[in-house]
Design a protein around this ligand. Structure first.
Ligand code: GDP
Ligand code: MG
Length: 297
């Protein structure tokens, strides 16, 4: 695989340990059908992790619950090994009654915590397989209004269990001004409902460049993303990943056009280790403590 992902360039010393051992990273995508989850994953990891799926005809039974599907790939970059797993959740929000569509997702996240806990309790704990979900990318429909009840319910149920990374799906369908306003509304809704999304830590003892890079990432949340798995003629005539319209071209990798680059930077370069640490030190630790208490330990 080409060396484009960037995880082998992890900047901080904290990352060295993981870099030596090789590491595991699990990202989950959640959001209503058609919001571009599979496309974005392919755009992020440039591999064809996803094969075209069978789309059920109307009336065909497509199951009554959210499906959980997980796909893994071993990626090696500059001698650093990463086992990347993507967990997809087709079916979310697709049913007549979506009241409990967060439930299978919580169950899946907790089952992964349980599997980790079980390994920790073994006598030989040298090689733990870490299949805990380290980041959950939540796709918000580009309505321009505000969050929907299903969004709020999902995030309220999940924010203590997983690093939530909200993104505005298909942001090429909105104008820049609409995106600015929509982002503010989303953040206001999130604050109003007391939802805790993943906050990249504010750096102090880092170099100026790192601090600035970090602030830029923070300023883009929720990331307005565009996914595309095909090439189009870019502005300067080169072939670029993007989507073309009668009025012009949206380039996925152009920071003037969308926040895809910032999202990828955060996930695989600047904050992968923070996402893993927060999952282990806070989210998993809280789960574990509650579980042991409930068992009377
Ligand atoms: P999923 O159901 O959430 O996995 O959505 P898919 O990735 O299968 O995408 C559904 C449709 O939306 C496909 O026709 C994609 O080509 C299209 N699509 C995906 N991402 C984008 C995007 O960022 N912008 C636009 N306009 N269309 C997109
Ligand atoms: Mg899909």
């Amino acid at each position: 695989l080409a060396s484009w992902v960037g995880f082998s360039n992890l900047p901080n010393q904290v990352h060295r340990r993981s870099v030596r051992r090789g590491f595991q990273f699990v990202a989950m995508v959640v959001g209503e059908s058609g919001l571009g989850k599979s496309t974005l994953i392919n755009t992020l990891f440039e591999t064809r992790l996803y094969q075209p799926k069978h789309i059920p005809a109307p009336g065909e039974d497509r199951g009554k619950t959210v499906q959980i599907e997980s796909i893994s790939a071993d990626i090696e970059e500059n001698g650093v090994r990463l086992k990347l797993t993507v967990v997809d959740t087709p079916g979310f929000g697709d049913f007549v009654n979506n009241d409990e569509c967060w439930k299978p997702i919580v169950d899946n996240i907790e089952a992964r915590f349980d599997a980790y806990l079980e390994q920790e309790n073994r006598v030989n704990r040298l090689k733990l397989t870490d299949n805990r979900v380290h980041a959950c990318i939540y796709f918000i429909q580009p309505t321009g209004h505000s969050l929907k009840p299903i969004d709020i319910e999902f995030m309220r149920r999940l924010h203590t269990k997983v690093n939530l990374i909200p993104v505005i799906a298909k942001s090429d369908t909105m104008t820049d001004d609409e995106i600015v306003v929509f982002k503010q509304r989303i953040l206001a809704d999130i604050a109003h409902h007391g939802i805790r999304i993943f906050q990249p830590p504010q750096y102090e003892n880092e170099d100026e460049e790192t601090i600035q890079e970090n602030e830029e990432i923070i300023s883009k949340v929720p990331f307005a993303v565009v996914g595309s798995d095909h090439l189009v003629n870019g502005l300067d005539g080169r072939q670029v990943r993007g989507r073309s319209y009668p009025w012009g071209v949206i380039e996925v990798d152009n920071e003037e056009h969308c926040d895809f680059v910032k999202l990828r930077q955060m996930l695989v370069r600047t904050h992968m280790e923070e996402l893993r640490e927060h999952t282990n030190d806070v989210l998993y630790e809280n789960y574990r403590t509650d579980k042991l208490k409930a068992m009377g330990v």
